[in-house]
Design a protein around this ligand. Structure first.
Ligand SMILES: NC(=O)c1ccc[n+]([C@@H]2O[C@H](COP(=O)([O-])OP(=O)(O)OC[C@H]3O[C@@H](n4cnc5c(N)ncnc54)[C@H](OP(=O)(O)O)[C@@H]3O)[C@@H](O)[C@H]2O)c1
Length: 268
């Protein structure tokens, strides 16, 4: 088998479903007929989205308000998911910080590692045995083009995304031929909302509109890629350029250039 068709019993899980790419993945999965389990911290935002998706597509939508950077609630969610029929897991929740690690809040940097790397690992390990037993499942992991290279002033994020990128592409090789698809989403900048010109970031100012991709396009491209068991999906020309530079230019060259740019982001 491959990614199972939607059924009354199975579920697609989306982490980070309360905004951005995660909300778009949830909407696209619902449009494709999947009943959902939405995960993020803001339960009320997800409850509103759940109501909309049920009204529009007639799917069941369950909400789990869980802080995935906290080991205990994360473990409880993993236990639940291990016992359910999970057709698709979108490991998408993530946060980023900009600036020198020594100057940033250590607790938030540690939470970033827990969320961007440890939670991705824990949730995948929770659903994988069931998927392999049923010989069907899809795991989409939101890594980043930032995970392809060292980035001073974005060190924790780049390192956690290197974990996500490598874990996804390695796992895919392990489960090949066993019915489980694994796809890495590794974008550069994805526009999650239209910025107010008054507080547009340096990235908003520098990147012309035609180079941006939006969350709806990103979600569709990601789920199409997962259905085809593509190794990696990189939406949009800017993401593709960043991805190629990060993968094929010498790291000694890309690190200082990226570091200077991200220092500006940190002081933005
Ligand atoms: N947008 C981009 O340009 C871009 C580029 C490359 C990679 N990515 C990756 O794509 C993914 C989605 O990005 P996005 O831009 O759509 O992000 P976003 O709009 O900031 O959304 C992040 C999501 O993660 C959830 N989240 C944050 N902390 C959490 C926690 N401790 N526990 C549970 N959920 C938590 C947030 O919900 P709550 O606040 O309700 O918890 C929210 O739903 C991330 O992994 C990101 O690194 C994004």
């Amino acid at each position: 088998m491959s990614v199972p068709a939607p059924s009354a019993d199975n579920r697609a899980v989306v982490t980070g479903a309360s905004s951005g790419i995660g909300a778009a993945l949830a909407a696209e999965l619902a449009a494709r007929g999947y009943s959902l389990i939405l995960v993020a911290r803001r339960g009320e935002v997800m409850a509103e989205l759940a109501g909309e998706l049920t009204a529009e597509h007639g799917v069941a939508v369950e909400v789990r308000a869980v802080d995935l950077s906290e080991p205990q609630p994360r473990a409880a969610l993993c236990q639940e998911l291990a016992s359910r029929d999970i057709a698709i897991l979108c490991n998408n929740a993530g946060i980023a910080t900009f600036g020198a690690v020594a100057e940033l809040d250590p607790a938030y940097e540690q939470a970033q590692v827990q969320l961007n790397a440890v939670a991705v690992h824990d949730l995948t390990l929770a659903v994988l045995p069931g998927m392999l037993e049923r010989r069907g499942g899809g795991i989409l992991i939101s890594g980043s083009a930032a995970g392809n290279m060292p980035i001073p002033n974005n060190a924790t994020y780049a390192a956690t995304k290197a974990f996500a990128n490598t874990f996804s592409e390695s796992l895919r090789g392990e489960v090949a031929g066993r019915g489980v698809h694994v796809t890495l989403l590794a974008p550069g900048p994805v526009r999650t909302d239209i910025p107010d010109p008054a507080d547009a970031s340096i990235v908003d100012k520098m990147v012309p509109d035609f180079l941006w991709v939006d969350t709806v396009h990103t979600a569709k491209a990601s789920l199409d890629a997962l259905a085809r068991n593509r190794m990696r999906v990189v939406p949009g020309p800017l993401s593709k350029g960043m991805s190629l530079a990060g993968q094929f230019l010498p790291r000694s060259l890309t690190a200082p250039v990226a570091g200077r740019f991200y220092r500006k982001l940190g002081s933005d």
